[in-house]
Design a protein around this ligand. Structure first.
Ligand SMILES: [Fe+2]
Ligand SMILES: [Fe+2]
Length: 191
């Protein structure tokens, strides 16, 4: 049987690929390369629809709640910390979106805000993912019975349907692949 944490770790892998892209585009923008503000808005769209609506929803509405029911405290504990980090991530995402829109409208000074928010988000999420993969998820897996795992799998499927199902995953997987090959191509050209 598939464990709930396996599904979430697989989603982390996709999110981490976008974090790498975010760092690359932030570096390139800082180095004076022409990076479109749209690229950052596409990353914002991925973060909202995939990382938040699809992934964080499974954690916040399902996994963390069951962990709480199994005795892990929310306040002052690891779940509370994860929830705060989700909120901080949303604030950096809003900051990145707002700065990218200003940049697209011709405000060059928005560049520094795009770079700062992209880097802060990437650093926050990469540490967050490390903590979930290595501390929080194993903690849950030690507590959950096989019925719990079955319940989580069913609930995750329900969330998937609510947010658009397989089509959403396919859309963003395709987008990540395209962006990666775009940057690899540029790298090859530069070499
Ligand atoms: Fe999380
Ligand atoms: Fe996560």
């Amino acid at each position: 049987m598939k464990k709930a944490s396996d599904i979430l770790i697989h989603e982390h892998d996709v999110i981490e690929r976008v974090l790498i892209i975010l760092n690359i585009v932030a570096d390139r923008l800082e180095n004076g390369e022409e990076i479109s503000g749209e690229t950052f808005l596409q990353c914002v769209d991925f973060i909202r629809n995939f990382a938040d609506h699809c992934h964080h929803a499974k954690e916040e509405k399902i996994l963390f709640r069951l962990m709480e029911e199994r005795g892990i405290p929310v306040e002052g504990g690891p779940i509370g910390m994860m929830l705060t980090e989700h909120e901080n991530g949303r604030a950096f995402t809003r900051g990145m979106e707002e700065a990218a829109k200003r940049f697209i409208a011709g405000d060059i000074s928005a560049k520094d805000d795009i770079i700062a928010n992209a880097r802060h988000y990437s650093e926050l999420l990469s540490n967050h993912i490390y903590k979930e993969n290595n501390i929080l998820y194993p903690m849950g897996d030690r507590l959950f019975t096989s019925e719990d795992q079955h319940y989580l799998e069913k609930e995750f499927e329900r969330v998937e349907k609510e947010v658009g199902g397989l089509a959403v995953h396919e859309k963003y997987h395709r987008w990540v692949n395209e962006l990666e090959s775009l940057f690899h191509l540029e790298k090859n050209t530069n070499n």
